[in-house]
Design a protein around this ligand. Structure first.
Ligand code: PMP
Ligand code: GLU
Length: 412
């Protein structure tokens, strides 16, 4: 069969591809430590598991409303409004402002499909999550990558944003805390970007805040405070990361523009009907319960962050920034480009060269000879770095960093 041009031109998700490669090697008996996938290793909280059992027993096994169950939409609206600074004020979002989808991934994809047409430009500050670019291409839009730098904490500056905007710009997608860099925008950083956006009324914003609970700076500044921009702002969140519920596949978007909500709901109605009913109930119970479990998991991520940063600082050729949120380390590894592996390395045997000339090469060498799976920064639009997920046990972090250090010390 012929594959449509639209699908033929999009690439497979590199994060999922590396995770699958590591799993296949493990299944074949190779002792791989997988640090490739951004997925909390914690079990889903017990009260959420119980909620699923209750939902099954209560026969929540029929179709539901396209934009989500009233209960989850109300809980998500309250949750999203709780990130606003002003305590006690009227909640920013109501249930009708929420669309529940199959993970934040689908929420973002649907928002892009709803807003973007052929030739429309979408600004993506890089490094950025692997799927944004391909989702924009799927909608026949044009990703406009704006590179942020290690020296500026991988934050988009207002000047770079202003320079990237053209008459064709329709959307910018920002992620805070960021995957893959761990960078977190302060309230002032966001305000400075908003000042630019207010001069460009045709540019909408998707703020991907899926990691906002996993933040080590105290309060994580949210775009929900940007009241002047609310008519063209979409905020995305979900239960995957904060509640260790990746497999439940529940995420959502919040938006005050009912015209957008209606259009996006029309799309979803032709696509999936609704997200899985028992999973929606579980997500509602997760949001409505006390959030101590989320805080406990975040504290554990912070201890892991401190551990991996201290071990990574001993690795020759790595330049390490301290991530402020999410659960990824994103070291700059350019000092290792041009080095050679030992002649008898598994890397040299499989590639007929000992040369490491890029982050892709280093990532491959760490897999073949260090037996640690991570993802090359090139997948995120930053070919000088590597991404290592530390959403795993402290033991695994220690073992993986020992393996990596041993493998890298052999380069010359
Ligand atoms: N946004 C970012 C930045 C992510 O890293 C992920 C990872 N899964 C998602 C969105 C999608 O999350 P999910 O579909 O699991 O809710
Ligand atoms: N978001 C996670 C990651 O970046 C999960 C995989 C994916 O959806 O890309 O690893």
């Amino acid at each position: 069969m012929n594959i449509s041009n639209r699908i033929a031109q999009i690439s497979a998700s590199p994060t999922l591809a590396m995770a699958a490669k590591a799993a296949a090697l493990k299944a074949a008996g190779v002792n791989i430590l997988s640090m490739s996938l951004g997925e909390p290793d914690f079990p889903t909280p017990a009260h959420v598991k119980q909620a699923v059992k209750d939902a099954v027993d209560a026969d929540m096994s029929h179709y539901g409303p396209v934009p989500g169950t009233p209960g989850l939409r109300a809980a998500a609206a309250k949750y999203m409004s709780s990130f606003a600074d002003k305590d006690g004020a009227e909640p920013v979002f109501k249930a009708e402002d929420i669309i529940v989808s199959v993970g934040a991934k689908q929420a973002i994809c649907n928002a892009i499909e709803t807003l973007i047409g052929k030739g429309d430009e979408v600004i993506l500050p890089t490094p950025c999550w692997v799927s944004y670019t391909e989702m924009v291409r799927l909608a026949e839009g044009v990703p406009v990558m704006v590179r942020t730098t290690y020296d500026h904490d991988f934050l988009l500056t207002p000047e770079a944003l202003e320079a990237a905007i053209t008459p064709h710009t329709r959307l910018i997608i920002l992620c805070t805390p960021n995957n893959p860099t761990g960078a977190v925008y302060s309230a002032e950083d966001i305000k400075a970007l908003v000042r630019v956006l207010l001069r460009h009324p045709n540019v909408a914003v998707i703020a991907d805040e899926i990691y906002n609970q996993i933040c080590y700076t105290g309060i994580c500044a949210s775009w929900v405070n940007e009241t002047e921009l609310l008519d063209r702002l979409i905020i995305v969140n979900g239960v995957s990361k904060a509640f260790a519920m990746t497999g439940y596949r529940i995420g959502w978007l919040a938006c005050k523009d009912q015209n957008f909500i209606k259009a996006c709901t029309r799309l979803q109605g032709q696509q999936i009907t609704c997200a899985t009913m028992v999973a929606q109930y579980a997500a509602q119970m997760a949001l409505e319960a006390d959030l101590t479990c989320v805080k406990d998991m975040t504290r554990a991520f912070e201890r892991r962050r401190d551990l991996i940063v201290s071990l990574a600082q001993d690795i020759p050729g790595w330049k390490v920034r301290v991530p402020k949120g999410a659960f990824y380390l994103f070291p700059d590894v350019t000092a290792l480009f041009g080095k050679h592996t030992p002649a008898d390395s598994a890397y040299a045997k499989s590639r007929s060269t000992t040369l490491i000339s890029s982050a892709d090469d280093l990532c491959e060498y760490m897999l073949t000879d260090g037996l640690v799976a991570c993802v090359s920064g090139s997948a995120f639009g930053e070919p000088t770095c590597l991404r290592i997920s530390y959403a795993c046990s402290e033991q695994q972090i220690t073992d993986a960093m020992t393996r990596i250090r041993t493998a890298i010390k052999q380069l010359n």
